[in-house]
Ligand binder design. Structure first.
Ligand SMILES: C[S@@+](CC[C@H](N)C(=O)[O-])C[C@H]1O[C@@H](n2cnc3c(N)ncnc32)[C@H](O)[C@@H]1O
Length: 199
């Protein structure tokens, strides 16, 4: 069986590491949502050996992810678990870090709301949510490539597509999270860093 492989994940994994490692210095474990092919999980777990990397996927994608991670000899890479963000109860709580790459444009509106609801509910008080991907600004695409990606995503599901950063901030605020950093990344992507609103 040929394993799913994403060339973009190969290109963006090192730039992502260069940004996220500073936020994970004191973290013990990271939950990755929508881990896809598992390329980020394999790379980031290897590069960040001080923490446990917990990849997850929704049920329909879990077998491929598990197949890709099979045989990885990394003590800190946990077996992939099932997590559909729409599930009322997530399998982990008290998370000190959550990571998700390129999931927003491939989630329905209810799933996107559930992503922020779940992270807001499960993230520890000093936890961090690292969200990578292409996002719109002020209702506009930031590049032609992002516009093409939006069209591709919508061809899969009319409720997919690039989301505006302002929408993400609204969803986050509803669930006790605020945007603390916004890193420009190669190829018109961004790495958004969210934390809990202090109480
Ligand atoms: C474009 S892929 C990104 C995969 C990988 N993170 C990467 O950067 O290559 C989008 C991912 O979002 C996941 N996803 C979409 N809806 C989801 C949901 N309701 N719960 C969990 N994951 C979801 C898909 O299963 C898919 O793996």
């Amino acid at each position: 069986m040929s394993r799913p492989f994403n060339p973009a994940a190969e290109r963006n994994k090192a730039p992502i590491l260069a940004v996220i490692e500073r936020y994970l210095l004191r973290a013990r474990a990271v939950l990755e949502i929508g881990a896809g092919s598992g390329q980020h999980a394999l790379f980031l777990a290897a590069q960040l050996p001080h923490l446990r990397w917990q990849p997850s996927e929704q049920p329909s994608q879990l077998a491929d992810l598990r197949e890709n991670l099979r045989g990885a000899a990394l003590a800190n890479l946990c077996p992939a678990i099932e997590l559909d963000v729409l599930a009322p109860h997530w399998p982990l709580d008290g998370l000190d870090a959550v990571y998700a790459a390129n999931v927003v444009q491939c989630m329905t509106s209810p799933a996107l709301a559930a992503l922020f609801r779940g992270v807001g509910a499960q993230l520890a008080a000093d936890g961090v949510f690292l969200l990578y991907g292409p996002f719109n600004r002020d209702g506009r695409f930031t590049s032609e490539g992002n516009q093409q990606l939006d069209a591709w995503a919508r061809s899969l599901d009319a409720d997919f597509g690039l989301r505006d950063r302002a929408l993400l901030e609204q969803l986050a605020a509803r669930h006790g999270l605020y945007l603390c950093d916004d890193h420009a990344m190669p190829a018109n992507n961004q790495l958004l860093v969210w934390r809990r609103v202090p109480t």
